[in-house]
Design a protein around this ligand. Structure first.
Ligand code: SAM
Length: 267
């Protein structure tokens, strides 16, 4: 069972039964809190947002297109790190680091924030089938695609459509959280990091993959132009200030080209 915090009343819980995470069996229905607020589950996706949030940028709005969702993982995501790091960086290598630094444990609960097609969420479940995984994104199209991919892989997980600026979980719920490339796209990164820190247990871990500012002029020029579309890049010290100001301590960090991996722990 997964316990969610109601977006309407922060002391109210919504209990989602385990069967909702079994993506082999379609689940449709609704859950009501003790205060009478009702939330729908459509095709196993728990929907806590009545409508799409207002888009703060072009980058955020494109994540709500069906076309972006359907090509994102296979056409872009799986090859992206080799292009961005300037070296051979297959997805398997990224997953190895994800699992090594997150170390999902049996009986643990893990959160993929801004999961898109739930690539990290699936990798965590594959590495530790006895852990429970929750994938959150505010794009219906991405959650639908995540559901399809997880069902095809026979991977169980909870899919929750919600806004990461107000994560629908009680404090100290998760053993670990992961964010793959999401930070750069957030309209309010500090707020999301605060939320990540709040929902993590004291001995929890946040695995972060994000893109940093390029140190060559043509790279910076390109980044400035995508910046107009709503993607932000920081230097490593700037990112680390952001993490520190959100209550995290950098435990491990490596960069490859403009790709930065960080293992963050609550300070
Ligand atoms: C770059 S993609 C993430 C990719 C994914 N984590 C991966 O590793 O492939 C960013 C995702 O974050 C989601 N997102 C952005 N802001 C969000 C917010 N405030 N709440 C929930 N999801 C958000 C977008 O819809 C998009 O799917």
């Amino acid at each position: 069972m997964l316990e969610l915090k109601s977006p309407e009343n922060e002391r109210s819980a919504i209990h989602i039964p385990e069967e909702v995470s079994n993506l082999q069996v379609p689940f449709n229905g609704s859950f009501v809190t003790q205060d009478g607020d009702e939330y729908e589950v459509k095709n196993n996706i728990v929907d806590l947002l009545e409508k799409d949030p207002a888009f703060a940028s072009i980058a955020l709005s494109t994540n709500h297109w069906k076309l972006t969702a359907s090509i994102y993982e296979d056409i872009w995501r799986k090859r992206s790190l080799s292009l961005l790091s300037g070296e051979d960086f297959p997805i398997e290598k990224e997953h190895e680091l994800l699992i090594d630094w997150t170390a999902p444990k049996a009986g643990g609960l893990y959160l993929d924030i801004g999961a898109s097609t739930a690539l990290y969420a699936r990798a965590l479940k594959a590495a530790q089938p006895k852990a429970d995984i929750v994938a959150v994104d505010f794009s219906t199209q991405m959650m639908d695609e995540a559901r399809m991919k997880a069902e095809a892989d026979e991977t169980d997980m909870y899919l929750v459509r919600a806004d990461a600026r107000e994560l629908p979980f009680f404090s100290k719920t998760f053993d670990g959280a992961v964010m793959g490339g999401t930070l750069n796209e957030l309209s309010e990164p500090q707020k999301v990091l605060y939320e990540a820190k709040r929902v993590l247990k004291e001995d929890g871990v946040l695995f972060m993959m994000h893109l940093i500012k390029s140190d060559v002029w043509y790279g910076r020029l390109l980044q400035e132009s995508v910046g107009i579309g709503g993607i932000t890049f920081w230097t490593v010290p700037e990112s680390n200030d952001l993490f520190k100001n959100s209550g995290f301590r950098v435990d491990k960090q490596i960069t490859r080209g403009i790709v930065c991996f960080t293992r963050l722990i609550p300070a």
